[in-house]
Design a protein around this ligand. Structure first.
Ligand code: GLN
Length: 380
């Protein structure tokens, strides 16, 4: 194994998916919904497959999809985006993250990440030979601390990676927190790479605020999003990046050598989704909020008090509350002890506090959440 990969542990999601397959336990692990997206969108892909859309799509992405992404930014966030120069389609947000880091970050650069950081940011930074500088969002409220953020920026910093709604804490950054990120980015002339894949999954009336809409931020912000979480088609791997031409071109420069182009029929389907089925996006938060409550109540009753998520599919618990000091050991024992599965997120932390943090996903059918919480309660 090449040295740049040697220090990156294998994806915890792969490991947890394998445990799920082996044990059949109720899955609060990997973040994918039990519910499919709109059936008409599946039909649109079938139509694309049957009407000869089976060769390479344009490298930048399907024209109709790029136009739909631009219209989406306009109608939800009043951001005017040129679909020809300011949007690039990627094979999921994962490829967007890797391409952004390859295209924009020099080896040896420092990049600020909010900790817990989604593991793909850390892996991507390791693969480009850059250094992550984590800023801890500390339990129990996971707020961004101004001093910590400012202290993480040095003369070698070139970018900040932001993620809101935030996986795995379930935080949605407030306007004040985003203003702080924006101020630090402007003052230090940094690029911001913002992962907004959960943009449509917010609760209790909170509205998603794209970082690119803040004053002076469009020109230094690369926004990453996609269809997996917004339309519940995680397996199709259709994501995108949006930003000023120089930043998006840097993504394209890397993307063309990774996958070259993204699955053509799936892009055709997501173009239809973003054009004709935005009602699906508007209903997502309300639909998930009830299941969030069910999970949070169940976890609390089982002795695991939780931060009530403001967005995403996830909540975090500190299993130290149950006397476990190792999140991985807790999660490996869980299928047998309680017939349920959760994700250890120690790999999302440098801080030792992460050693006993466990993530639970609630994008699952109600009866499964109920049964899972019953099992967890009686396994105490
Ligand atoms: N984004 C999803 C999660 O956080 C899936 C991650 C993955 O499987 N790599 O669960």
């Amino acid at each position: 194994l090449a040295s740049r990969l040697r220090k990156i542990p294998p994806s915890v999601f792969g490991r947890i998916a394998a445990v799920q397959t082996r044990t059949g336990a109720i899955n609060f692990g990997q973040g994918f919904p039990d519910q499919e997206g709109p059936p008409q969108v599946v039909e649109a892909v079938v139509t694309a497959l049957r009407s000869g859309r089976n060769q390479y799509a344009p490298v930048r992405g399907d024209q109709a999809l790029r136009e739909a992404v631009a219209r989406h930014q306009e109608s939800y966030y009043a951001l005017t985006v040129d679909p020809d120069t300011e949007v690039v389609v990627t094979t999921g947000a994962s490829e967007a993250i890797a391409s952004a880091l390859l295209g924009l970050v020099e080896p040896g650069d420092e990049v600020v990440v909010l900790e817990p950081y989604y593991d793909a940011y850390a892996a991507g930074l390791d693969m480009v030979g850059a250094v992550r500088r984590p800023v801890l969002l500390a339990a129990p409220d996971f707020r961004l601390d101004e001093k910590a953020l400012r202290a993480a920026v040095t003369a070698r910093t070139s970018a900040i990676i932001v993620n809101s709604p935030h996986n795995p804490t379930g935080r949605t950054l407030t306007r004040d927190e985003l203003d702080l990120v924006a101020a630090v980015a402007r003052e230090n002339d940094l690029i911001v790479i913002t992962d907004e894949v959960y943009e449509h999954i917010t609760f209790d009336g909170r509205a998603h605020i794209p970082l690119a809409t803040l004053p002076g931020m469009w020109e230094r912000t690369l926004t990453i999003s996609g269809s997996a979480k917004s339309f519940s088609f995680t397996g199709w791997k259709v994501g995108w990046t949006i930003g000023p031409e120089p930043l998006v071109s840097a993504v394209l420069a890397a993307k063309q050598w990774l996958t070259f182009t993204t699955n053509a029929p799936a892009q055709a389907g997501i173009a239809v989704a973003l054009t004709e089925h935005t009602d699906y996006l508007d209903g997502l938060g309300a639909d998930l909020a009830a299941r969030r409550d069910l999970l949070c109540e169940g976890l609390a009753a089982a002795g695991l008090p939780v931060f009530v998520p403001e967005g995403t599919y996830y909540t975090l618990t500190d299993v130290g509350e149950l006397g476990w000091d190792d999140a991985l050991q807790f999660c490996l024992a869980l299928p047998e002890r309680a017939g349920v599965i959760a994700v250890p997120v120690n790999g999302f932390y440098d801080d030792p506090a992460g050693g006993h943090m466990v993530r639970w996903a609630f994008c699952k059918h109600r009866p499964l959440i109920e049964e899972g919480m019953r099992r967890l309660g009686s396994a105490r």
